[in-house]
Structures are given as structure tokens and as C-alpha cells.
Design a protein. Sequence first.
Length: 274
Amino acid sequence: MLLGSQLRRLRESRGITREAAGYSIRASESKISRMELGRVSFKTRDVEDLLTLYGITDEVERGSLVALAREANVAGWWHSYSDVLPSWFPTYVGLEGAASAIRAYEVQFVHGLLQTEAYARAVVRRGMKGASEADVERRVTLRLERQKYLFSENAPDFHIVLDEAALRRPYGDREVMRDQLQHLIEISERSNVRLQIMPFGLGGHSGESGAFTILSFPESDLSDVVYLEQLTSALYLDKREDVAQYEHALKELQQDSPGPDESRDLLRGLLQLS
């Protein structure tokens, strides 16, 4: 999807139609559309021909995009869990694992990267009613595998604003919630994690449209991607004007929320009440 969005921007900046791009690689206009949406695999030759058509002659730029094409065709570890995941979610897991910075606002429950195993199991059981225990456990295992990236050598910067509602809505029993609150206090001390709590007392705020995540990547020429999860699908936004609006909303959420130290105090207060 990242490569497709890059190819789309290059094509549009040169004023080249999808039909003309398709002709250059012996393909249809619809295939170019699917490539730009990241819905088909990439042949290295096709990418090279498109880059030539778009006037990309710099070897470094060409090399990085061709390398991205090769990476796009390699199945990630998470694909082995595709049988228990919504069709749109493996794409997000891949993007999350490639991100150098993850910024998010969450209101329904604690963000998946910060969930304890017991809390994650309670969330998954709620979301997969009627699923077998084996499928529930596979989904929980995937969530725990995703969290390893947050502690890895190349861990991303993770800035999360959690609505207080997510902390007061119980998933699991009292002990599960207490352990989850304690986990949030501890993980918020990590140098790559910045956790803020949006308190009830503030009233209305810029996150009124719901949860969202902004993913940024180490390659400077790759645009940020906004991830919006829906009931039966998900949206991936990478147009500059769309990303800018969500960045503005998140910036306001960060400014309006107490800082990390005050947020930890709020978590400690909730822990005492639980």
C-alpha cells in the first residue's frame, strides 16, 4: 500500500493517466488502480518500467522503491493468523510493524499495543462472540506478538492519548482491570512511550469522531497513513489534506490532555478506586 501510494503520487505529479501507465507495463487501467491501492502484488519489472515512465532516474530513489516492491511481495509473520483476523487487519499489522512513529487516540478500550494478556483475552472474547477458544487464543497470541515491536531494538515512538472512558469500561473482572492499570503505569515510563489520559472533566474535545491511528515511516519520502477502523472494514488515508486534519485533531488532544506525569497520577488514582 505504501508503494502503491508512492506510485500514484509520482504518476499524478507527471500528469500521466492510469490508462497510459497501464499501457507502459502491458496492463489495464484497472490493474494500475489496484496497484496504487496496494491490492495486488508487484512485479519488479513493472515497477521499474513505471519509474522510467515517471522520469525517476536517480538510482537511490529507484533502488528504494524497487526494494519496497520486493518487500511488499514477502508474506509477513502475521499472515499465518489471517484465518482469525478481519480481511482488512493484516494490512494494518504490516504497516504498524514498519512504522517509526505511531500516534493514536483510543476511546473504546486500551490500545492493543498496551493490553495485558488477560485484558486482551477479555476484549477478544467480547469481539469474537461464538468463536472457539482456540481461535480466541490465536488472536490473543497475535496481539502479544505485535507488542514485541514496542520493546524491540528498532522500537517506534509511540504517543497515545487514551480517553478516560477506556479505563473505566471494564473488560474482565476487577483483578484484570487492576493489572491493566498497573501495566499502563509501568509501560508509560518507557522512553519511547508517551501516554496521556483525556479526562472526563474536559468535556468536548477534538476526538469526538472516534479512535484513529497515524503511522509514520522512516523513509522520508513515504507519507503518513491514518488508520480508521469500522465495523465491517477499515480506511487507510494517505492524502496530505486528510492526514493534516487528523494530525491537527491529535495535536489538540495532546495539548488538552494532562502531560505524562499527571496522567500517571490519574492512573494511580483509578487504581486505588478499583
